[in-house]
Design a protein around this ligand. Structure first.
Ligand code: GLC
Length: 535
């Protein structure tokens, strides 16, 4: 893609800023109950600002029985007491805005909690006016399930309601019944909930599980998956042809965008887990949908030079002409980045994330190189484990509290933390802040370099030939040109370096100012950003 942002327009905030995902229960506890909360996040805004992130994505803090970590909402318009009050949220928003930080919140439209008053009414009788707000079906012709549809979280996606003799559909846990998005009243209700938060000043939404919104009206069975048995999840048995990414979904996302556009300068981000070409359709084309449908390519790729180079290339090739890229390396659903790719590569990953073209997303703790923590069966909190029948599906290991310092409670809590702190294995903010050579300071310096460099924020992305394990590319804009070379392997690599350039940042931190000309050498797991003269 060539120079994507016209000189005159300048990038929008959601193109320019680095996003920082905060998992509220694990960020900072302010009242000693062992659970992170909104006042705790307020206390740590200094840190987010020091790091250089300009936007926060807050995972759910809404009223919830916590069957799925808050992704089971029983009141879209209130704060769960675990996290504080509406007043605390307003204070957080005000303080963030006063510092120039944006706040994007989760919107969970696919399902509610089974304790949401809408579902309680819907379930109460077949005649209830809210019956059609959820996906109810009679038993199939043989008296069994209405279709073979599976839950992402194990087992059938249908749950029998004995009192009324029908089944309801749940793409996730039975405690998360799916809303019926064919029903106009449901749409209006959720759109009004969006307006509720937009009026309060949130800067946008990250829309959860959006490709699950609609299911086939004819109740056709999903076909068997030819690749079954090789997948990571229990529902890999089937291909989600009739239960995911149905054509009607696009119209709904466009309606959500229309609601968002009633307010100025907000952003709509979508959780879109789909093959690349289908994911790209969520930019929307002529009638815009998401500003940023999440790009999970780097999170799902093997971590080697060829795979990463191919993942970037395929994504950039398929990106629509007016689509703005984005990059995600980790989140609250996946294994920790450092655990997935190995500690040695975390610096290379940081440099990659901050120098590709597009909006970067950091998951809290990844900037420290936090590893997955072993959470015993007794300490397990991720309830999907029970439904999925195996501990290996637990997401707890990547959701453990931030380690702020090395004291008891890690600076996270004065009480008993809701998940173990992993103090023996995990680094902490205080010690890394003091160490100029730490991963945390590398992230900070990379972000600062990015934010100061038009070529890195908005410049053209030019791939160069890969050599051995070295991934190579340039970023250029208006006379500024950077060359990035990343060694994705564990051996020293030599590679040709056309022209002369000066290293501005290296992952091992001892090469700034070095002039490269003709040839470059990268030590194992080393990356550099070099500034080149005009071509
Ligand atoms: C999304 C969330 C995940 C949640 C699921 C169901 O994938 O990221 O945490 O369990 O949706 O809401």
């Amino acid at each position: 893609m060539s120079d994507p942002i016209p000189e005159s327009a300048g990038p929008k905030w959601w193109q320019r800023e680095v996003f920082y995902e905060i998992y509220p229960r694990s960020f900072q506890d302010s009242n000693g109950d062992g659970d992170g909360d909104l006042p705790g996040i307020c206390q740590r805004l200094d840190y987010v600002q020091w790091l250089g992130a300009g936007a926060i994505w807050l995972c759910p803090f809404f009223r919830s029985p916590m069957a799925d970590g808050g992704y089971d909402i029983s009141d879209y318009r209130d704060v769960d007491p675990m996290f504080g009050s509406m007043g605390d949220f307003s204070a957080l928003l005000d303080q963030a805005h006063a510092r120039g930080l944006k706040i994007v919140v989760d919107l969970v439209p696919n399902h509610t909690s089974d304790r949401h008053p809408w579902f309680v009414e819907s379930r109460s009788s077949r005649q209830n006016p809210r019956r059609d707000w959820y996906v109810w079906q009679d038993p199939g012709p043989d008296g069994g399930l209405p279709a073979n549809w599976l839950s992402h979280f194990g087992g059938s996606a249908w749950q029998k309601d004995d009192a009324t003799g029908q089944y309801f559909y749940h793409a996730f846990l039975p405690a998360q019944p799916d809303l019926n998005w064919r029903n106009r009243e449901v749409r209006t209700a959720i759109y009004n909930d969006m307006r509720f938060w937009l009026q309060r000043g949130v800067d946008g939404f990250r829309v959860d599980a959006v490709t699950n919104l609609v299911e086939d009206q004819l109740l056709r069975d999903d076909p068997p998956n030819p690749a079954r048995g090789r997948g990571k999840m229990p529902d890999d048995e089937i291909k989600r042809v009739f239960t995911k990414d149905r054509p009607e979904t696009h119209e709904i996302v466009r309606e959500m965008r229309d609601v968002l556009d009633e307010f100025s300068d907000r952003v709509l981000i979508g959780e879109v887990h789909l093959p690349l070409a289908r994911a790209m359709a969520y930019y929307g084309g002529k009638r815009p949908s998401f500003h940023l449908p999440f790009n999970f390519q780097l999170m799902e790729s093997l971590w080697d030079c060829r795979s990463i180079s191919a993942a970037i290339d395929q994504y950039m090739q398929l990106l629509p002409e007016d689509g703005w890229p984005n990059w995600v390396l980790g989140n609250h659903d996946e294994k920790r980045l450092a655990t997935r790719i190995g500690e040695a590569q975390t610096r290379v990953a940081a440099m990659l994330l901050m120098t590709l073209q597009g909006t970067p997303f950091i998951y809290n703790g990844d900037e420290l190189g936090m590893q997955n923590i072993r959470v015993s069966r007794r300490e397990t909190r991720d309830t999907r484990v029970k439904n999925m029948g195996s501990h290996r599906y637990s997401r707890d290991g990547a959701r453990t509290p931030m380690r702020w310092d090395s004291g008891t409670g890690s600076g996270f809590t004065t009480g008993r933390p809701w998940l173990p702190l992993g103090a023996d294995t995990n680094p902490d903010v205080a010690s890394q802040r003091q160490d100029p050579g730490s991963l945390l300071n590398l992230y900070r310096d990379l972000i600062a370099l990015r934010q100061d460099s038009p070529a890195l924020v908005a410049g053209e992305f030019v791939p160069l030939a890969t050599r051995g394990d070295v991934l190579n590319y340039e970023r250029c804009k208006s006379g500024q040109r950077f060359r990035i070379a990343l060694n994705l392997g564990g051996k020293t690599q030599r590679f040709p370096f056309a022209g002369e350039s000066r290293i501005v940042l290296s992952t091992i931190r001892d090469r700034a100012g070095e002039i490269l000309s003709g040839n470059g050498v990268l030590r194992p797991h080393e990356g550099i950003v070099a500034e080149c003269g005009e071509r």
